[in-house]
Structures are given as C-alpha cells and as structure tokens.
Design a protein around this ligand. Structure first.
Ligand SMILES: [Zn+2]
Length: 282
C-alpha cells in the first residue's frame, strides 16, 4: 500500500475478502485536522484459528480488553479503531511480545488450550505490521507541516479483588491517567500540562475529573513508536480511563457516563489545540 490516506477515506484492513465473513481487523476513518485517536485494545473479535485454540471464557477475556474505548473516539479528527482482541495480537506491546504465549505475558492467565503453531503466530504478526504500516502512512502526511497530536485510548481495572471487594485506592488510580513517559518534556511539556489542565476543568456526572500523569501507566509501545519516529512533531498521550464507566465484572457499560467522558475528552482536545498548538482551528 502506498497511497496516503486522505480526509473522508475509511480504510478497513485485513477484512472480508481474505477472512471470509469476518469484519476487518481495524478501521481507519480519516478526517481533517491534526489529531489521530487510536483505540487499540477496544476489540473483542478473534479470527477462527485463534478462537479455536483459546482457553479463556468470554468474560475473562473481556475483563482484560478495553471495551467501549472505541466509543470514546470523538469526532475531533482521524480515528483508528482495532476490532481484534489483544489476545490475538497486542498492538501496544513491542512486536516480539505482541502475542501472549506464556501466562506471564497475560496476567497469569492460561490463554491457550494448545500451543499456537508458528504460522498462526506469523499471521497475527502480519496484522501487527499492517497496523503500524497504516499508522505510519496516516502520520507521515503531517510531518512536513505542523505538529500533531495522537491520543491512544485505553481503560483499566480497579476492582481486581472482586466485584464485592472495595475498589483500589483512588489516590493511586485516577479517573483518567495520562501516560507521557515516552515524550521529551522540554519539547511537549506545555501541551501535556495544557491537556491535563483542560481535562481537570471538565465536570463528568457532577464531579470534576480526577486526572493524573504517569500514576498507573506511562504509555506503551504505540506511544514509544510515535515518540521515536516523530520526536519533534508527534505529541502522543496515552489516555487510560478507569473502568468506572462500566462494571468491569459484568461488562455492562453506563452509556451516560461514557457519553460524558467522550464530551469531556473532545472539549479538552479542542481546548489544547486552541491554546497549545498553532492557531489554525480544528
Ligand atoms: Zn489498553
């Protein structure tokens, strides 16, 4: 693939045509502006040769995925949403760790009923390579001009002790954790601080948002990849939402809460662009 994605284009990669009736592995929706939002752990789909080997039930798998983060991808720019489960390929880990082979790779879980054959691993890695190829094409178009912002959306559990046990302490588990560990703060500190300040001024369901930087997470491979490839032009923020917008044990979402978070994020991004980026409106 050599074409540069242009506004209005919607790309579906690894989709119907080579995988029967299955939907694509991911969808890129290109929009004007200099913001790209990714939801790389939103997916729950498994292709048949993975589904036939996995030992985990749906609920266990869903608990470690980031369901509904695709619904937080607002319309302030380009969106790249992954539909495949991280248990098929984890796009936020280095390539050599992107397939969970041992329990230590996946929260101690025994993921597979039988070991994955090499050709199955290679097919998953082809999705990994395809994703980063598409992300590169998407971001390369910005390089000659202005800086750009990447928001990598995730969610995290805070009730690992069980549905009836107290949640983990709020002090170490902010409502939103902004991971900035990959960034050069001298270059991007004003954008990071501006974004966090914007978010903290948003009210969600009657309370101001509790936002922390690098408290629980510092950002994963996608952040490192963007920061390494575009050190002067790409500001990448890994935005982790605590799963207070859903019940992490039943998987049931609160759509009102989700909608409020999406609105707050959208406002914060627009405010950040207006204050901390160039003057061009988005
Ligand atoms: Zn995640």
């Amino acid at each position: 693939m050599t074409a540069v994605p242009s506004p209005g284009a919607v790309w579906h990669r690894f989709g119907p045509g080579n995988r029967g009736a299955m939907r694509a592995a991911f969808t890129l929706s290109v929009a004007p502006g200099r913001v790209v939002t990714t939801a790389v752990h939103a997916g729950h789909d498994l292709r048949p040769d993975i589904a036939g080997r996995i030992a985990l039930d749906e609920a266990t798998r869903l608990r470690e995925e980031d369901p509904f983060t695709d619904l937080l991808v607002a319309d302030h720019g380009t969106g790249l949403v992954v539909h495949r489960s991280r248990f098929e390929v984890d796009l936020n880990r280095p390539r050599e760790q992107a397939i969970y082979l041992e329990p230590d790779d996946a929260w101690g879980l025994d993921v597979w009923e039988r070991p994955l054959p090499e050709n199955v691993v290679q097919e998953s890695l082809a999705i990994y390579d395809g994703f980063y190829e598409l992300l590169a094409l998407t971001l390369d178009r910005f390089v000659a001009s202005e800086p750009f912002l990447v928001l990598d959306l995730h969610s995290y559990n805070h009730r690992r002790a069980g549905p009836d046990a107290p949640p983990e302490p709020a002090a170490d588990n902010p409502e939103i954790n902004v991971g900035t560990g990959a960034l050069d703060r001298d270059r991007w500190g004003h954008v990071i601080d501006g974004f966090i300040e914007q978010l903290r001024h948003k009210e969600v369901l009657g309370s101001p948002l509790d936002v922390g930087e690098n408290i629980r997470f510092r950002g994963g491979e996608l952040s490192r990849w963007v920061a390494a490839r575009y050190p002067d032009q790409g500001c990448v923020l890994a935005v982790e939402f605590k799963k207070t917008f859903m019940d992490e044990w039943t998987g049931i979402p609160d759509h009102r809460h989700l909608g409020a978070l999406r609105g707050a994020l959208d406002d914060a991004v627009r405010g950040t662009l207006a204050n901390s980026f160039a003057t061009e409106p988005v």
